[in-house]
Ligand binder design. Structure first.
Ligand code: MN
Ligand code: MN
Length: 482
């Protein structure tokens, strides 16, 4: 790990020496952006183009499940519920309540000898509409929201928002909501105070400048002629009735997420990065899925991709990683490959390996003070492994075993995957967690390994196309490792 970081810092000094050393120079050419071949650059750019399309179709966990299951179905994966038995080489997926999805390519060895898993999450910070969201004030109809995940609230004002989600009616019908993505669609907005009248707001702490209860979304402004009161609110309700057959009470059983309406775009004049909403953690989920689809024939060990929901609020609920639904998927594979004994599940877990595929923070040159440079992740220096996450004395960390970190490094180095080793921020500066500890609780070897990003949890995060491609290469090599 340290070796790799040292390369980052000493590139300049080393480059002169490397010019005289053909072999070393050759190796350097395969690392980082500088000196990469035209072929590799094209692969990186093409992969990112596919990723950006995926992002635009997958702004919520439900949409990501739909996109991924369609991709899987197009690549000979079948729903595990439809498979009576499974044999090596079979490809299956399992969907958990439309919000999380697992994929597997059955390996040659029995599952009790262990599987290789890449686990990412497909939920992202956003503003959820409350269950009684709609009200009218001063001629404007608004939606109340309850934010989801860790956000800096001020970032979510005056950003064009789209509404995505479902409305479940009492008769069992479920209407899909998607307003604000097409260029002819209207968008939604949280307003903010004009600077002319913001002297008091400006004097507040940043975290208090925009309180959560001010994250109200403008929903409409034309009064209804039919209503006796709540004129604008009634216009909005009338349109919702027309569009979705819903009444106001149906908000109680709706899940509507306000997400940035912006599309994913290339960032910088060289188009070297992707700027988009929801890259935490779809920037790891997409490479994980693509790595699964790229597996040819029959792998030695079963390869599995986990796309979990609810990571941003603690992996809770029956679609989060803490639920036992993933176990059921593994038990289904055991049963359908003819392994039925009471210890099989635990044996399988204890012999298995996983990469917890989640983003980390890249050192931002505008805010370097929160990072310790020797152990920071850098943009464009490859996928980042994190032996541990956590905060304040590694609290809450799943500290990967050195032997396993060595194994993963070996897999990456053999496959020519550029990687770096990092911690997220200075010690005691803050911290964060992933699903790593949950997989580790089941007895698996787990290492955090993901793409470094800037502006994590903001409406528009950025990541290097180089690192995104290295995530794909790294996850593929790991899934196929023996
Ligand atoms: Mn994440
Ligand atoms: Mn996150």
């Amino acid at each position: 790990m340290l070796e790799n970081m040292r390369n980052t810092f000493e590139d300049n000094q080393e480059s002169a020496a490397e010019e005289k050393n053909g072999e070393k120079n050759e190796k350097k050419k395969s690392e980082y952006w500088s000196g990469i071949t035209d072929g590799l650059k094209k692969d990186i750019m093409d992969f990112a183009a596919g990723y950006m399309k995926f992002l635009d179709k997958s702004k919520t966990e439900r949409e990501a499940v739909k996109t991924v299951s369609a991709m899987a179905a197009q690549n000979s994966f079948i729903n595990i519920a439809e498979a009576e038995s499974l044999k090596p080489g079979d490809r299956v997926y399992g969907i958990n309540k439309n919000k999380s999805i697992y994929m597997a390519v059955i390996g040659e060895k029995p599952l009790t000898e262990g599987f290789n898993a890449v686990g990412a999450h497909i939920d992202a910070p956003r503003l959820d509409l409350k269950q009684n969201p709609l009200y009218e004030d001063s001629g404007i109809a608004l939606f109340k929201t309850h934010y989801y995940g860790g956000i800096k609230k001020y970032q979510w004002t005056t950003v064009p928002l789209a509404l995505h989600g479902v409305i479940a009616l009492t008769d069992g019908r479920v209407a899909d909501v998607n307003i604000g993505e097409n260029s002819e669609d209207p968008v939604f907005l949280v307003t903010d105070l004009l600077p002319h009248l913001a002297a008091k707001q400006n004097a507040k702490k940043l975290a208090e400048g925009v309180p959560a209860e001010n994250l109200n979304i403008v929903a409409g402004s034309i009064p209804s002629e039919e209503a006796d009161s709540d004129y604008v609110k009634n216009t909005v309700l009338g349109m919702l009735k027309e569009k979705y057959g819903m009444d106001e009470k149906d908000f109680r059983s709706a899940e509507i997420e306000a997400v940035p309406a912006a599309k994913a775009r290339s960032l910088g004049i060289d188009s070297g990065m992707v700027a988009a909403y929801g890259q935490d953690d779809r920037v790891c989920a997409y490479p994980g899925v693509m790595a699964m689809l790229s597996i040819q024939g029959v792998p030695e060990r079963t390869a599995i991709c986990i796309l979990a929901d609810k990571e941003e609020i603690g992996s809770v609920g029956n679609t989060g990683m803490e639920s036992h639904n993933f176990e059921l998927f593994i038990m289904d594979i055991l049963e359908k490959t003819g392994i039925v004994n009471p210890y099989a599940l635990q044996r399988a877990f204890s012999a298995s390996r996983a990469l917890s595929a989640d983003v980390t923070a890249a050192l931002d040159p505008t805010y370097p003070e929160v990072m310790e440079r020797n152990n920071a992740a850098y943009m464009g220096k490859g996928i980042s492994i994190k032996k541990y996450t956590g905060a304040r004395g590694k609290s809450g960390a799943s500290d990967a075993n050195a032997e396993f970190v060595g194994f993963v490094r070996g897999v990456f180095e053999k496959a020519g995957v550029t990687y770096q080793s990092s911690e997220m921020g200075k010690v005691d500066e803050g911290g964060g967690g992933t699903i790593a500890y949950i997989l580790a609780n089941r007895g698996m070897e787990v290492l955090d390994c993901g793409v470094p990003v800037h502006s994590m949890h903001s409406p528009y995060e950025s990541a290097s196309k180089y690192d995104i491609y290295m995530a794909y290469k790294g996850y593929k090599a790991f899934l196929e490792s023996c």
